[in-house]
Design a protein around this ligand. Structure first.
Ligand code: GLN
Length: 542
């Protein structure tokens, strides 16, 4: 089959869940047996979100091939199980960089370089995933291609100045690709309480704006808090030149994982196929997904997990939250997550702050702010034997706490926080020492890790020896201290075979006290929850 392209844009307001809709479309087409990929185009100028503060843009999601990307890629992977790569997350900055590099190289032979056609051509090339330059095989990810469907989500809201070149690229592609392209536009239908009415005017305006750029949406997904009756949908259809069956409503759901089946019920995938001209055929049963939803609905007993971190923002630890939720559901419990601000934790109040927590996650992060609170939390959970999961910086804080309070090195620290500490139990990795550029230069992406037989971690991974997990860090456990840690009870149970780096520590005598230098949360999906999160939640409910 020739590749088909689906463009997803959003209007009226941001935060409508374009990423969830794109991921749901991907899931539904996959269920029909198609090979799908989903990519995100973000109009900001940063090359990637790796250098962005989580307050600006939420979590930074890392692909297996070591690219720092938008958190929507996490939704894509969790919903569909596909492995995204550096080619699935593009920014205006990257588009311009490619064009400018080419210009400096002399590739344009004296031409004036302009937004149209040079920038729009580069956007189109990437939307089509045409191989050239950095679109080839990824360093650690293997090659890709041969997709039946490429879903392209464009960040931002229609009317933004900065998304104009992306809209122009979509307009041209629509025209070029004919029926092989479909435009899905997501808008919002607000409910006005005083008038007791749902209002379609913002949707009409949003579609007009799209039309003024030469794009006629094929399908409208209306986000709404209240059910829209047929007359309402009919009104939108006739004002926006869209078939009635292509006006789909997406009501608020108790969980984002209900969205794909809700969209299927509304015929979103069928509408896409009709527009493209593919026979619709039978509706896929999606049994494993429905089984998961049943489990989710039945998991009502709660388990309380504390998230010790410094970002008081839902999106900052998105993948960790979702991994905990998913592992909870598969353990037949509802994970209730409680954010505990590490900046506010003191020796005196830690017991109170963590009161009632059946498990604690010490979150990843960068820099000094809030680390002493993480260390205090790690000490509290270790000495009170509360199941504890340290991730990346969280693992490093577990190590520092152990060095200070068990090994007796009161000044133990990470070289990140104190470059001159005499007991640098966490130190900068050798290959990091000569790096001066900030963007994309950490140890990033999937690396192998060899597990120690008989360890708790090895058990959690169902006795696998060689695992592969994704990383994002500059600092590492200092191997000079390995023997001392081990003889005092903290074991190094996962080692990267190529570089001999310690990737996992655990205290086997505790109920569950494990820290990983990598980020297991990036590879937990709806149908395959991550084994470490599974085992952690199991220990928490015990
Ligand atoms: N700041 C730490 C490092 O660079 C941990 C990073 C993280 O938690 N992702 O090693």
């Amino acid at each position: 089959m020739e590749t088909k392209y689906i463009f997803v844009t959003g209007g009226v307001v941001s935060s409508l869940g374009k990423g969830i809709i794109s991921a749901s479309i991907g899931k539904l087409l996959q269920a029909r047996g198609y090979k799908v990929t989903i990519q995100k185009f973000d109009p900001y100028i940063n090359i990637d979100p790796g250098t962005l503060n989580p307050y600006e843009h939420g979590e930074c999601y890392v692909t297996a091939d070591g690219f720092e990307t938008d958190l929507d890629l996490g939704h894509y992977e969790r919903f569909t199980g596909i492995h995204t790569t550096r080619n699935n997350s593009i920014t205006t900055g990257r588009i311009y960089k490619t064009v400018i590099d080419r210009e400096r190289h002399g590739d344009y032979l004296g031409k004036t370089i302009q937004v149209v056609p040079h920038i729009t051509d580069e956007i189109k090339r990437r939307m089509l995933r045409a191989p050239e330059g950095d679109m080839g095989a990824s360093p650690r990810g293997g090659s890709e291609g041969g997709f039946d469907f490429v879903i392209t989500e464009v960040g931002g809201t229609i009317g933004d100045i900065e998304s104009a070149p992306f809209m122009e690229a979509i307009r041209q592609l629509r025209w070029q690709l004919g029926r092989n392209a479909v435009c899905v536009h997501l808008t919002y239908v607000p409910y006005l309480k005083a008038a007791d009415e749902l209002k379609t005017k913002p949707t009409q305006h949003s579609v007009k704006e799209l039309q003024s750029m030469g794009i006629q949406p094929d399908i409208l997904v209306l986000r709404t808090e209240r059910h829209l009756d047929d007359s309402m949908r009919m009104k939108v259809a006739s004002f926006c030149n869209v078939d009635l069956e292509c006006v789909v409503q997406s009501e608020d759901m108790p969980s984002i994982y209900e969205v794909p089946v809700n969209m299927q019920r509304q015929g979103l995938d069928a509408a896409i196929m009709r527009k493209i001209g593919i026979p619709v055929g039978e509706t896929p049963a999606m049994k494993p997904w429905h089984d998961f939803l049943d489990k989710q609905r039945n998991a009502t007993r709660e388990v309380h997990i504390g998230l010790v971190g410094k970002y008081d923002l839902q999106d900052a630890y998105k993948s960790i939250r979702e991994s905990l939720n998913l592992a909870g559901i598969y353990n037949d419990v509802k994970a209730k997550l409680h954010f505990v601000n590490s900046e506010e934790i003191t020796k005196r109040n830690v017991g109170e702050k963590l009161d009632g927590m059946q498990g604690v996650v010490i979150c990843p992060g960068f820099g000094q702010r809030g680390i002493e609170g993480k260390i205090i939390a790690a000490e509290y959970t270790r000495t009170h034997d509360i199941p504890t999961f340290g991730i990346c910086l969280g693992m490093q804080m577990m190590v520092i706490e152990f060095a200070r309070n068990v090994l007796g090195y009161k000044d133990a620290n990470s070289a990140e926080m104190d470059a001159n500490t005499p007991h640098n139990v966490i130190d900068m990795m050798e290959e990091q020492k000569t790096i001066t550029e900030m963007g994309g230069t950490m140890r990033l992406g999937a690396y192998e890790c060899e597990l120690v037989k008989g360890s708790r971690t090895y058990e959690a991974y169902d006795e696998e020896i060689l695992i592969k997990e994704r990383h994002r860090h500059r600092y590492e456990f200092n191997n000079q201290y390995q023997d001392e840690f081990e003889s005092n009870g903290m074991k190094c149970v996962g080692i990267n075979p190529a570089a001999n780096l310690v990737e996992i520590v655990e205290i086997p005598e505790k109920k569950w006290y494990i820290g990983t230098q990598f980020h297991p949360e990036y590879s937990s999906t709806v149908l395959h929850p991550h084994p470490l999160f599974m085992s952690f939640i199991k220990a928490c409910v015990k």
